[in-house]
Design a protein around this ligand. Structure first.
Ligand code: HEM
Length: 463
């Protein structure tokens, strides 16, 4: 009896060491199953890192949603309006129209884009960081910054507090469900849709919206691209940069002395913690790799960013921004914003500028300290201590706080990984039942036109 008790205690007490990794592996298996048998992940033994970008940029690697089991899951997480989210639109005039609008809204003089980021970051930090020491989750701290930023970019005016809450509520709900740490809340998302619908109807958007979309689709486009993807990606990127700086004080010190070092810090952070784990495409025609190997049309091509970014570097697991003193980002295995030949991120120019300006505002106010595990998907949202630069803490006190943070983080990891497994399974099954992408393409073509289900009349045939 006592032996069983002892064993049970050992299992529980050692859980932080072995359970999270096991659960992550189980989840990966589950997502593999969703991908189905026609999914291929690169780089692999046939297509090594040297040919990774060639396949990614192949003209036939251009399907986005139709024909992949994975699409039902992404559409489920990105609702409402996944069918007009730029990332998931199929190539064609509708995609071109949407991509043009996104480019127009993200364009602007670099100094204005940076100044806006500095203003938004400064405002939120002054509101949230009031004491000598503040314990935050970095992603949560950053969400209101980028909510304000994209509101101003889209509507050309400062973001009212109520709108900020709606945007943060929506973006947080999407990313929480994507990481399987919580379920979706469609009502929360719908509140933002109603706000945006009012603004679109009033003609408040700074640039013309895609004319090929209906008014409802235009609202969903704004909601998906700017108030979900824009806010989430910038908050996550910023959380990674700040957590890396918190754990590498030598890099933070060099950055404080020399602002130009930010480029290296961002490159290294995005190399080790790319925002995309896997980006996928569906082959719309055969892709011949060599005389013996052809990828059939309909293959789901999964491009693994972490695997690709880990090749071609000495000590790839080490966070070392100084490596970029010698490595040129162009020739390196480094695609933080995707590949130029195949739908790269439209915010590739704006993001580094805005992130740099916001990081500067943070470092002007606080030093960062964190002992938590830093992983690419960062389900913990980056717990971190912010200490005001003008009121430093004695090292002993920092060490105690750091130890407490570490213990809390390891135990949170245990329950969180179980929660992720359970909620992930629930959502995969729910998405499979709803079959949002599959049902859409049962009734629409790739340009969103309804398919005809009745046979054409003889008159229509002769017309
Ligand atoms: C540091 C910040 C960001 C990073 C690292 C990042 C990364 C990426 C990557 C790797 C892709 C390509 C994925 C693929 O090949 O399927 C992508 C696509 C995209 N990103 Fe970003 N992104 C960032 C910020 C943003 C922001 C701020 C926005 C919007 C305001 C945005 C909107 C998009 C859209 C719409 C696409 C799809 C492009 C298309 O299919 O035409 N991203 N991003």
């Amino acid at each position: 009896m006592w032996l069983t008790g002892l064993l049970a205690a050992a299992v529980v007490l050692t859980a932080p060491r072995w359970l999270p990794a096991r659960v992550v592996a189980l989840r990966a298996k589950m997502f593999e199953k969703v991908n189905g048998d026609n999914a291929i992940t690169f780089p692999n033994a046939v297509v090594g890192p040297d040919r990774f970008q060639e396949v990614y940029g192949h003209p036939a690697a251009n399907g986005r949603s139709r024909g992949a089991g994975l699409s039902d899951l992404f559409w489920y997480w990105l609702s409402p309006g996944p069918e007009v989210h730029q990332e998931h639109l199929e190539a064609g005039p509708r995609y071109d129209d949407v991509a043009r609008t996104t480019r127009a809204l993200l364009a602007g003089p670099g100094d204005e884009l940076s100044a806006l980021a500095a203003r938004c970051a400064g405002r939120v930090l002054d509101e949230r960081v009031t004491g000598r020491v503040t314990l935050v989750r970095l992603r949560d701290l950053m969400m209101p910054v980028w909510a304000e930023y994209f509101h101003e970019l889209v509507f050309g005016e400062p973001c009212p507090r109520k709108a900020r809450d709606l945007i943060v509520g929506h973006a947080d709900d999407v990313v929480t469900s994507l990481k399987c740490t919580g379920l979706r809340h469609p009502a929360r998302r719908a509140r933002l849709t109603r706000y945006l619908a009012r603004r679109v109807a009033a003609g408040d958007v700074r640039r013309p919206l895609p004319a090929s979309l209906s008014p409802t689709e235009q609202v969903h486009y704004l909601q998906g691209t700017f108030f979900n993807t824009g806010v989430v990606q910038m908050s996550e990127a910023m959380a990674h940069v700040l957590l890396a700086l918190a754990q590498h004080p030598e890099a933070a010190a060099r950055l404080a002395r020399d602002d130009r070092y930010f480029g290296h810090v961002l490159d290294e952070t995005m190399r080790l913690y790319p925002l995309f784990g896997i980006a996928h495409r569906i082959a719309t025609a055969e892709i011949a790799l060599d005389e013996r190997t052809t990828l059939p049309a309909g293959s789901v091509l999964c491009f693994s960013y972490p695997d690709y970014h880990a090749t071609g570097y000495a000590r790839p697991d080490v966070f070392d921004p100084d490596r970029w003193d010698h490595v040129g980002a162009r020739e390196a295995h480094h695609i933080p914003f995707g590949v130029a030949a195949n739908r790269p991120c439209p915010a590739w120019r704006l993001s580094p500028l805005a992130l740099r300006a916001a990081t500067r505002e943070v470092l002007r106010r606080v030093t960062l300290h964190s002992t938590v595990t830093h992983t690419r998907s960062m389900p913990s949202r980056g717990p971190c201590l912010l200490v005001r630069v003008d009121q430093p803490l004695p090292p002993g006190r920092l060490a105690v706080l750091g130890a407490l943070l570490r213990v809390r983080d390891r135990w949170e990891d245990v329950w969180r990984s179980v929660v992720q497994l359970v909620l992930g399974t629930v959502m995969v099954l729910h998405a499979h039942r709803l079959r949002l992408a599959g049902r859409y393409f049962d009734t629409h073509d790739t340009q969103g036109r309804p398919l005809r289900h009745r046979p054409p009349s003889p008159q229509e045939i002769t017309e």
